[in-house]
Design a protein around this ligand. Structure first.
Ligand code: PMP
Length: 394
């Protein structure tokens, strides 16, 4: 006789497996040109530079690099993050920075630190899928803020904050995932002012800000008046170095950062010591901006190839944007089309994209789709768009 086991926690079963995932699993096969993934281009990783950094860490300080370490992170990496942030116009001290296991962990730590089940979280609509999952796992009530082509509408935000009394606003203001949109400086100023006036935490997630292909940098939300004592800024090495390192960072006001560090202690004690030390050595040895110029140059060409061919691939009446950076173009098919339903036909023609619906907190627009332009050459992109044109016209 074996007694039945107690059930899983509700949160563990609250995030459903998606049918889109199953279709996209088919795109792993060779020959498929996929605009679906959100991956950096592997041929652009500086594998030789990173290998030299790891070799140096093993040669010079293997004992420390392979040992347990402090939760806040390796001082040299925190210092490198602080210097880069200060260089971008946000004065940052070493102590302001917590190193995380990818910026995804920072999201989990913020959720653990700030959210009780039932608390309200405001998000852009659509927004980053794994953030929706993270807030869902925390038991939060996720409420979307109306957005237009420029992102969040600050007046709508203010009204929602007054009505819903949310704990936090989660935003990806620069080259957003999935839309590629960037919130203009003026709106950032207004968002910071709303947070200051009405009492709201801001969670600014910026994994893509360094991937700018044109135009002037827009200062972080965190750098605007009013945001100083209430913004958690999340950064990542995934898109500028390599995602397999799983290195990210959180810059937050003292109390929030200390609470997040306690949550991190409970989660994983600390981020991999050897990876942190190697990353810091890498940053000291190379000019990251030289490497980024190479990456940006390649991605700019890929974005342009996608934008040049999209008109011929999507049905007449489709619309799409022209992101100034990041990895994604966001498109909307004409009335009567359903991007999820059409994905099967696309995959049958050896091309793929991600339907937009899962990125919406509520009221998904089935006509939307996300196209990533980073992992294929311009020639492959052109070929993929030709296939997509055939797939969507049948
Ligand atoms: N935030 C956003 C908006 C993302 O798109 C991603 C990854 N695609 C992450 C956070 C997580 O990045 P990582 O954990 O690799 O730093």
């Amino acid at each position: 006789m074996r007694a039945q086991l107690p059930p899983f926690a509700a949160r563990a079963t609250s995030v459903a497996a998606s049918p889109v995932r199953e279709i996209l699993a088919l795109t792993e096969r060779p020959g498929v040109i996929s605009f679906a993934g959100g991956l950096p281009a592997p041929e652009l990783f500086d594998a030789a530079g990173l290998r030299a950094a790891y070799d140096g860490a093993f040669a010079d300080c293997a004992g420390r690099a392979l040992q347990y370490s402090v939760t806040e992170g390796a001082t040299e990496l925190r210092a490198a993050v602080a210097a880069r942030a200060s260089g971008r116009g946000l004065p940052t001290a070493v102590e302001d920075v917590l190193i995380t296991t990818g910026s995804q962990q920072a999201l989990t730590l913020i959720a653990a630190t700030l959210l009780e089940p039932g608390d309200t979280v405001l998000v852009e609509n659509p927004t980053y899928l794994a953030a929706l999952q993270c807030f869902g796992m925390a038991g939060a009530r996720v409420v979307p803020v109306p957005c237009d082509e420029d992102g969040l509408d600050p007046a709508a935000l203010e009204e929602l904050v007054r009505r819903e009394r949310p704990k936090l606003l989660y935003s990806v203001p620069t080259f957003q995932n999935p839309t590629g949109r960037t919130l203009p400086g003026e709106r950032r100023r207004e968002v910071a002012a709303v947070a200051a006036r009405l009492g709201l935490w801001l969670v600014e997630d910026d994994p893509y800000g360094d991937l700018r292909y044109e135009g002037a940098e827009v200062p972080w939300l965190a750098a605007h008046p009013g945001a100083e004592d209430r913004t958690a800024l999340l950064g990542s090495f995934s898109k500028i170095m390599a995602p397999g390192l799983r290195l990210g960072w959180l810059r937050a006001p003292g109390e929030l950062r200390r609470a997040a560090a306690r949550a991190k202690q409970a989660a994983d004690l600390h981020t991999s010591t050897i990876d942190q030390i190697a990353a810091a050595r890498y940053l000291a040895a190379v000019d990251l901006n030289d490497h980024l110029d190479k990456v940006r140059g390649a991605y700019r060409e890929r974005r342009d190839a996608l934008l040049a061919g999209l008109g011929g691939a999507l049905p007449a009446g489709s619309v799409w944007n022209r992101p100034a950076g990041g990895m994604f173009v966001w498109a909307r098919l004409p009335e009567g089309h359903d991007a999820a339903a059409l994905l099967k036909s696309a995959v049958a023609h050896d091309v793929a994209y991600v339907p937009g619906a899962p990125f919406y907190a509520t009221a998904p627009d089935p006509r939307t789709l996300r196209l990533s332009f980073t992992t294929h050459t311009p020639a492959e992109i052109t070929e993929g768009l030709e296939r997509l044109g055939v797939a969507l016209s049948v």
